[in-house]
Design a protein around this ligand. Sequence first.
Ligand SMILES: [Zn+2]
Ligand SMILES: [Zn+2]
Length: 273
Amino acid sequence: MLTDYHTHTEKGPYTVEWLEYFLSVAKSRGIDEYGVSEHAYRFLQTSHLLDNPWIRERRTENLDEYFMMVEDARKAGHSVKFGIELDFIPGTETALEAFIKSYPFDYVIGSVHWLGDFGFDLLEMKSKWENRDIKKTYDEYFSILTQMVESKLFDFVGHADVIKVFGHEPDDQVFLEEWYDQLSETFSKNDAVIEVSTAGLRKPVGKLYPAPGLLRASYRRNVPIVINSDAHRPEDVGADYDKAVSYAKETGYTELVAFTERKRSFHAINQPK
Ligand SMILES: [Zn+2]
Ligand SMILES: [Zn+2]
């Protein structure tokens, strides 16, 4: 089986016609299960979960319309999984839990995009990296990621080392390996699933997420994976799956996780078309 659960249709309207562009690319690339996972911050229903000036300007959508699009697509005979990508902000666990229960998600992605008011993966905030100590920023990011996994609220971890998105990487392999070891232990202890994401290949860093050291450490501790594109355009659904599948298999993985109504099932990894 192949799945692509991490995709965003936000550049178009919440219509079945728009969704069909994503579905047809998924089909052409041999993706058996396609799912949408809009950024939660875009919805008016999430104003209590995360608030800052950047987000406030962009919180314009209604989650019910997003859910209706999925429902309408299903009525039209399409198989579509209903997901969401949530920003994890420490201290909001109780509110997150209530929000997650309020919609019939097939899966919920936990992602860290914010270190305080620093949206580290946003182009608009890229210049803020110039005043940052890279190792300290990684410490902060991986600490929040640890808290997120320990909350056990999410079905899988989105792009676990997306902190490298613009190519800021510590020149210290021991530092990284120590984090990878600690993170993989946290994933394993908390029964987490992690994402192998091709999105980094389309970003300045030009690499898959997560780094080989982190994927290897996770494999050694039996942490399951999903494979996703994080597509924001139809043409990126299933993008570079040949690379992601080889990467997973070379690491030792033979299975991936599928989700239905937040329940897991395990399937042999197929070859993409
Ligand atoms: Zn993300
Ligand atoms: Zn995403």
